[in-house]
Design a protein around this ligand. Structure first.
Ligand SMILES: Nc1ncnc2c1ncn2[C@@H]1O[C@H](COP(=O)(O)OP(=O)(O)OP(=O)(O)O)[C@@H](O)[C@H]1O
Length: 575
């Protein structure tokens, strides 16, 4: 419920829009009720005048009927316009708000969420929140106001008649929504969470279709999706049943209110305390009140589904970032030497540290190779350097300034990391490259491609630089996608490059050519390479060996090049 209140609080900047929408909705509903009531009064009065052989002024009621008809139709149109505009603005803002909250979370604090899940929270769940105002709040407020106005109007003729109508309106406007919400609580929550899960799974399965087909696991996954779909349909059927029952109950509101007015009005008519046109008007007004209460019937059955979506959306916003941005970042340091001071890192929930007590001094422009078996901690070093995570202990400094005191944006403009499988966007070759340097000319793009041996391949594509690379670069081979990621990094002006196994999987000749180009383009910059290749180690000024997260004792570079298995690491002792 707290999240529902938080959601409603977000509407505060749109209070004027919402007030206007409720007023216009109320006016058009009252116009409709007035139209039916005045028409009833008019017909009865005309009949009574005919029987009595007298004439009455029919211009005024006819004009009133016309005016009410125009107000009803125009009001409905303007109401839709305003209420939807307010809702769309709010949803747009909420999406922007969520995107802004996602940025500091990425990548570490989102690592446990499937990408389909995040997409679903941003799309489906937010869409569901749209109903809060349109289907719940506005209809409820309008129904209560209409009920109160009708009861006040009836009270002018007879208190008991007004009380009876009030009791019926309370049943329809308070008891029925409350019961509907209660009955729909479990199934609507199940429907919302199952639907979110189903979409997230579907997204994941579509992304991983190739391995699913290759391993023959597709049938199992399809069966699992079908089971989820059955669960969803069953939950939605229950929500629909609650809605239908609510509709049946609320549907009787108008008739019951009309009967109550008739029951109390007939004796007044006989006693001459009420005229027949007035009674007809009151009965028809009570009957027409149904229009105000009808939307409440099914809406509240799904209330808890909307709350489940609100929980999922706010659950994303409320996640704690792995790293806190400093509110007052220091200016960029003058130098770019890197130092690690007794740095340890233990991932949340991990049994043992990924990095232990690492001390490092990397001077500006240095060329260092990081070596170590898989899981030794090389990529974790890069994550810490980019401040995707903070060390559990110790401190990292850039130019003598603690990373925590620098802004994330500054850090990311100074240090570029190329991961083992760099992410490519579903955009063109040029767009992917220009992420690193927006102003890069085509000639610069070609030069960057040439340095990773990709120029010929891209020139051979009919669209060249404008060729789309497909989702996550799937139109390129694994090696080509990796090289495009590398070209992107080389294009940037960042003074520090961290390349995580840049030539892994490439043949020795291509790897050698690319290494030469990397060294050329990294001239004057700090170049850090995580590698298993002796040639890359040999090209660096220094080799730092990691084993199980600890830095091994320094030893001559040549020792790493000895063919003793895992880069000559076995005989090395811990630092
Ligand atoms: N997000 C994570 N959550 C928990 N443990 C992690 C996470 N990422 C890495 N680890 C663990 O931290 C240790 C170091 O991993 P890291 O990826 O830094 O090694 P690496 O040397 O880069 O390995 P590789 O050469 O295979 O890429 C490993 O034991 C790994 O299982």
């Amino acid at each position: 419920m707290t999240n529902l209140l938080r959601l409603l609080a977000l509407y505060r900047p749109y209070a004027l829009w919402i007030g206007a929408s409720v007023l216009i909705s109320l006016a058009s509903l009252l116009a409709n009720i007035g139209l039916i009531a005045v028409a009833g009064w008019f017909i009865t009065a005309m009949a009574a005048a005919g029987l009595a052989g007298v004439t009455i002024d029919y211009f005024t009621p006819a004009a009133l009927i016309r005016a009410l008809a125009i107000l009803r139709s125009g009001g409905r149109y303007v109401d839709r316009l305003i209420s939807h505009e307010a809702t769309f603005r709010l949803m747009g803002e909420l999406r922007g708000h969520i995107f802004a909250s996602l940025e500091p979370l990425a990548p570490a604090a989102l690592a446990d969420l499937r990408s389909g899940d995040i997409t679903e929270r941003l799309r489906g769940d937010i869409d569901r929140l749209e109903h809060v105002f349109l289907r719940l709040v506005s209809p409820l407020v309008v129904a209560w106001l209409v009920g109160a106005i009708l009861v006040a109007a009836l009270a002018r003729w007879n208190g008991a008649m007004a009380l009876a109508a009030a009791a019926i309106f309370l049943l329809a406007g308070v008891a029925a929504p409350a019961l509907g919400a209660r009955a729909g609580r479990a199934p609507s929550r199940v429907a919302a969470t199952t639907s979110a899960d189903l979409r997230a799974r579907l997204t994941d399965d579509i992304k991983g279709l190739a391995p699913l087909l290759a391993t023959g696991a597709d049938a199992r996954h399809i069966a699992a999706l079908e089971r989820k779909m059955d669960d969803l349909l069953a939950a939605e059927a229950k929500v629909a049943r609650v809605g239908a029952l609510g509709q049946a109950c609320v549907g009787a509101t108008g008739e019951l209110a009309a009967l109550a007015v008739l029951a109390f009005g007939a004796p007044l008519l006989r006693a001459g305390a009420l005229k027949s046109p007035d009674l007809a008007m009151a009965v028809l007004a009570a009957l027409a009140a149904l229009e105000a209460f009808a939307p409440l019937a099914g809406a509240f059955g799904g209330l808890f589904g909307i709350l489940a979506s609100a929980d999922r959306v706010f659950g994303l916003i409320d996640r704690k970032p792995e790293v806190e941005e400093t509110a007052r970042p220091l200016p960029p340091p003058a130098r770019f030497n890197i130092s690690f001071h007794a740095v340890s890192l233990t991932y949340p929930g991990a049994a043992r540290p990924a990095l232990t007590n690492i001390d490092l001094e990397i001077s500006e422009g240095a060329r260092i190779a990081f070596v170590g078996a898989s899981g030794a901690g090389k990529s974790s070093l890069a994550d810490l350097l980019m401040r995707f995570r903070d060390p559990s202990q110790g401190e990292i400094r850039l130019g003598g300034v603690a990373l925590k005191k620098l802004s994330g944006r500054l850090l990311h403009s100074r240090i570029v990391v190329v991961r083992q499988n760099p992410h490519l966007f579903a955009a063109t070759v040029a767009e992917n490259l220009r992420l690193a340097k927006r102003s890069a000319s085509d000639a610069e793009l070609w030069a960057a491609l040439a340095s990773v041996d990709l120029e010929e391949t891209i020139r051979a594509l009919p669209l060249g630089l404008e060729a789309p690379v497909g989702a996550a670069g799937e139109k390129l081979s694994g090696g080509q996608a990796k090289r495009l990621g590398l070209a992107r990094a080389l294009l940037s002006d960042a003074p520090i490059l961290f390349l995580d196994e840049p030539t892994e999987g490439l043949d020795a000749t291509t790897a050698q050519r690319i290494l030469a180009a990397v060294l050329r383009r990294a001239e004057g910059r700090t170049l850090l390479i995580a590698t298993h290749r002796p040639a890359e180690m040999a090209a660096m000024e220094d080799v730092i060996a990691l084993d199980g997260g600890a830095r091994l004792a320094p030893k001559p570079q040549a020792a790493f090049l000895a063919p003793t298995g895992s880069c000559g690491l076995q005989s090395t002792t811990r630092a």
